[in-house]
Design a protein around this ligand. Structure first.
Ligand code: MD3
Ligand code: FE
Length: 214
């Protein structure tokens, strides 16, 4: 049998809620390659602070890799095959990113997951992401896979209605979460990032979210 990431899982999977499975440390295998892969992506499609339809500049800076990228501007939210900053296609999804996303989805019971988009969020100290749902994708039976890198974040996980109670979880460097089933449309967000210095990524948090858009 070929070895997989899961032969070396540092900790046991944790179910956060029905359909939301935390794989602690599963992305630590990527560790050595992360800075260079992120540098290649941001050299082609730089991080930028996008504008919401309401006219606010997001404190989280974003870029994408893969066939489609999530963008927001004054006209609304969309997935776009072209980076509006460069008028070029987004950089390709690195093979190791794809491998970890598919591996996590398989471990969580989604063997058919084939992501075609990876949104990359960069949090500097002071950045936050307000409570929201991810509903710009065509088919909510596909999960979203998230990979947390760099500084730890206080992640907010609510219910299907905005006013539902919110639980807090700390997401650390290397943590992977598969958000599927009844958790796919739960409200979620990230508290203001605290100052700190991470040995691999420095004074920032990077979050990758893998999505199946079409
Ligand atoms: C739960 N990103 O990019 S990752 C996002 O840490 C986003 O940057 C956050 O929310 C971040 O849309 C959270 C965890 C996450 C991602 C997608 C989800 C949780 C989710 C989709 C549905 C439910
Ligand atoms: Fe989200």
């Amino acid at each position: 049998m070929q070895e997989t990431f899961f032969d070396h899982l540092p900790k046991e999977p944790v179910t956060l809620s029905e359909g939301a499975i935390l794989l602690p440390g599963m992305a630590l295998n990527l560790d050595a390659n992360i800075p260079s892969l992120l540098n290649l992506i941001q050299a082609a499609s730089p991080f930028r602070n996008m504008i919401t339809p309401g006219g606010h500049t997001m404190s989280v800076a974003m870029t994408n890799c893969g066939k489609f990228g999530w963008v927001t501007d004054k006209t609304g939210y969309r997935y776009d095959p072209v980076d509006p900053l460069t008028n070029q296609p987004w950089p390709a999804m690195p093979a190791s990113f794809l491998e970890i996303a598919i591996g996590a989805a398989v471990a969580a019971g989604y063997p058919e997951f084939q992501p075609d988009a990876c949104l990359i969020n960069r949090y500097l100290p002071g950045s936050k992401l307000s409570l929201h749902q991810d509903r710009n994708e065509a088919d909510f039976t596909h999960p979203i896979v998230s990979v947390s890198l760099g500084l730890p974040a206080s992640f907010l996980f609510g219910g299907l209605k905005r006013k539902d109670a919110v639980k807090k979880y700390t997401l650390e460097h290397g943590d992977v979460v598969v958000w599927g089933g009844p958790s796919r449309l739960r409200f979620h967000g990230v508290n203001t990032l605290k100052m700190g210095e991470h040995p691999v990524l420095g004074e920032q948090r990077i979050n990758l979210t893998f999505r199946k858009v079409v």
